[in-house]
Write a protein that binds this ligand. Structure first.
Ligand code: ADP
Ligand code: TYD
Length: 211
């Protein structure tokens, strides 16, 4: 693994996309690929990854009472701050590779564009604070239409976010598109193709980091 890509020393790769875009599937294939090659890595998901962040995840995804949009924004942010400080920064300082299922781009897309809890600029500033200035070396965004993503999720029980209507996910997808246009760090892959084809692109991107 190429060293010192990140300011902290290690390598941070994040996956983004709307619910049902195929992130879990691609992360599973990537981690199998890394294991086969005996490349060590750590895998985390957001919200989650520490005891406190997992407790916050429960509140965010499975609480049934009302949740004010700003409260939601701050809870996602609190879970992230804890994960970054407790796990990500210490591991990156050791030079390790981290694969992360969602990071601060999700907050721009879901809370900024989807929920419209605050302006994208306000959320960018909050993200800066909450990520302790950590930035991914590579972000793989799986692009898919909300209708196809919903049909793929049809078998699964929806959590609090997934119960949102199609127009919410249209706005979230637009948010991800805007982010991808604005940042070289984000690589947008067509997520509507067969699993193996997408996996080949993911591997190509990983190789560009590691070779
Ligand atoms: P996410 O983690 O982004 O919510 P998943 O990886 O769980 O998405 O995929 C949602 C559903 O779609 C799963 O049933 C999965 O098997 C299926 N799926 C994932 N990727 C593809 C693909 N490229 N083509 C068809 N079905 C897919
Ligand atoms: P999860 O079950 O991890 O969904 P997925 O497998 O699709 O990633 O649930 C995370 C949910 O939280 C998902 O609907 C996206 C949402 N989310 C936000 O709204 N804001 C955020 O900052 C993050 C990290 C996630």
């Amino acid at each position: 693994m190429k060293k010192s890509l990140n300011r902290e020393g290690g390598v941070l790769v994040t996956f983004e996309g709307i619910d049902g875009s195929g992130k879990s599937t691609q992360i599973r294939l990537l981690t199998e690929w890394l294991r086969d090659r005996k490349i060590p890595f750590h895998l985390f998901r957001e919200p989650g990854g520490t005891e406190l962040s997992e407790q916050i995840r429960e509140l965010l995804l499975h609480s049934s009472g009302p949740m004010d949009p700003v409260t939601e924004l701050l809870l996602f942010s609190a879970a992230r701050s804890q994960l970054v400080a407790e796990r990500l920064i210490p591991l990156l300082k050791r030079g390790d590779l981290i694969i992360l299922d969602r990071f601060f781009d999700s907050t721009i897309a879901y809370q900024g564009y989807g929920r419209e809890s605050a302006s994208p600029d306000e959320i960018h500033r909050l993200n800066h604070l909450v990520s302790h200035r950590l930035r991914p070396d590579l972000t793989i965004y799986l692009r898919i239409s909300p209708a196809l993503a919903r049909s793929r999720r049809a078998e699964e029980a929806d959590d609090r976010m997934e119960r949102e209507e199609d127009s919410f996910f249209e706005r979230v997808a637009l948010g991800f598109e805007r982010l991808a246009e604005q940042s070289d760090r984000i690589v947008s892959l067509n997520g509507e193709r067969p699993v193996e084809e997408i996996h080949r692109d993911v591997v190509r991107l990983m190789r560009s980091l590691t070779d």
